[in-house]
Design a protein around this ligand. Structure first.
Ligand code: SAM
Length: 394
């Protein structure tokens, strides 16, 4: 017997009634994550970290920032004299921004002296926590939005760590004859009040079908039966355009869950990549307690790179996080733990073992090590190679 459909919170039931009873999945996901009063990020409800709803690489400790810093410093240095911007989109708890600012100040003080940390965070609930943590930042911090930056575009680097996976996705379903946009519908009545249901909606329009054809999904072929469902990423193109308008010159580094189109849209991946997270638990049901769970979908590498080219970015390359961190000195850091603990860190055995475990988790090929680092650049500057060998601190 299948589980009953999940109940619908009052605020969402009202919204859905006002929209005629159903909305495309993308709109539902945007509400559930970013509504300022009820959204999981918008209301600042989600917590990132070991004691929170989910863990990201920076939440495992300071090593991630320490390994990333030389790459960002090299990119900042390539700009030549003048003011510089280190822009972080979607800083979450703010820990990565703080650790990067501290690393720049410690190892590249001349660069730090002319760098401002810009935080692009649309969700007020998250920005409030970032402000508190970043009071300790040695670099000046400014919260902003892409539109404000576009009025006076900056030179520097943009970092987007686990941000694009939080943009609302479109879900589409093959019904055996047509591709349809998936809807979230309010089902009234029943003894426990209104409930939510996913159902196929309007057929996709020709422009969306042309995109599917480019991904090898139209026609879908016999291996994708009726009910086969996946996601499209209409939010990342406008995001890349807005980011491009804000940056006069410099690289953008996107770090996220991502798959090549042939893996993303493989016939056996019959329900896409969408997952819900709360309290370190994952669920494939995106309708559970909307506004209380994180909802996240992988990026499609081919789609993102194509959207980036259209938005005026040069594609520098991409690799797995495991490869990136090894190229940036993770193995040396592990080796160093056996001998001299990093200055100011972990002298006891237990602490060193904990640091070792965190480093290994960052490159575990089954989890964080499989994340992708995707680099882009724009504007007139000689961008140093993506993935520098370990850079000695000056
Ligand atoms: C999964 S969290 C990642 C946080 C942090 N970067 C980390 O890795 O720990 C997503 C973050 O992106 C923010 N966010 C969501 N949509 C965004 C958008 N369109 N632009 C910038 N940030 C966004 C969220 O509010 C949240 O701070």
């Amino acid at each position: 017997m299948s589980a009953p459909p999940p109940p619908c919170p009052v605020w969402l039931a009202e919204r859905l009634r006002n929209c005629g009873g159903a909305v495309p999945f993308q709109r539902f996901m945007a509400w559930a994550l970013h509504d300022p009063d009820h959204g999981a990020y918008g209301a600042g409800r989600l917590r990132i970290g070991r004691d929170g709803d989910f863990v990201t690489s920076p939440a495992l400790g300071p090593d991630f920032a320490a390994l990333l810093a030389p790459q960002l410093a090299a990119w900042l240095s390539a700009h030549g004299p003048g003011p510089l911007a280190l822009v972080e989109a979607g800083p979450g708890e703010g820990a990565l921004a703080l650790e990067l600012a501290q690393a720049l100040q410690r190892h590249w003080p001349a660069l730090a002296a002319r760098t401002t940390l810009w935080l692009v965070e649309p969700n007020a609930g998250m920005a409030e926590r970032q402000r508190r943590l970043l009071q300790a930042s040695p670099l000046p911090c400014r919260w902003t939005c892409w539109q404000e930056l576009a009025a006076a575009p900056v030179r520097g680097v943009v970092l987007a760590h686990e941000v694009l996976d939080a943009l609302a996705v479109e879900r589409i379903v093959w019904d055996g004859a047509l591709w349809r946009r998936q809807l979230v519908r309010l089902v009234e009545g029943g003894s426990t009040g209104p409930r939510l249901r996913l159902e196929p909606g309007e057929p996709l329009e020709p422009e969306a079908l042309a995109h599917l054809a480019a991904l090898g999904l139209d026609p879908p072929g016999e291996q994708r039966p009726a009910g086969w469902c996946t996601e499209l990423h209409p939010g990342s193109g406008p995001w890349l355009e807005a980011c491009a308008a804000a940056l006069a010159a410099g690289p953008l580094l996107v770090i996220d869950y991502a798959l090549e189109a042939w893996r993303y849209y493989a016939p056996q991946r019959s329900a896409g990549t969408l997952l819900a997270y709360r309290g370190q638990r994952a669920s494939t049901d995106p309708l559970l307690e909307p506004g209380a769970w994180d909802l996240t979908a992988h990026l499609c590498i081919d789609t993102l790179q194509e959207q980036a080219r259209r938005a005026g970015w040069r594609v520098l390359g991409q690799c797995r996080q495991g490869e990136a961190l090894l190229a940036l000195g993770l193995a040396e850091r592990l080796h160093g733990l056996q001998h001299d603990p990093p200055a100011g860190q972990a002298s006891g055995l237990a602490e060193r073992l904990e640091l070792r475990e965190a480093l290994l988790r960052l490159v575990d090929p089954h989890t964080l090590g499989d994340f992708r680092w995707l680099a882009f650049s724009r504007g007139p500057m000689a961008t140093p190679r993506f993935l520098l060998p370990p850079a000695p601190a000056p």
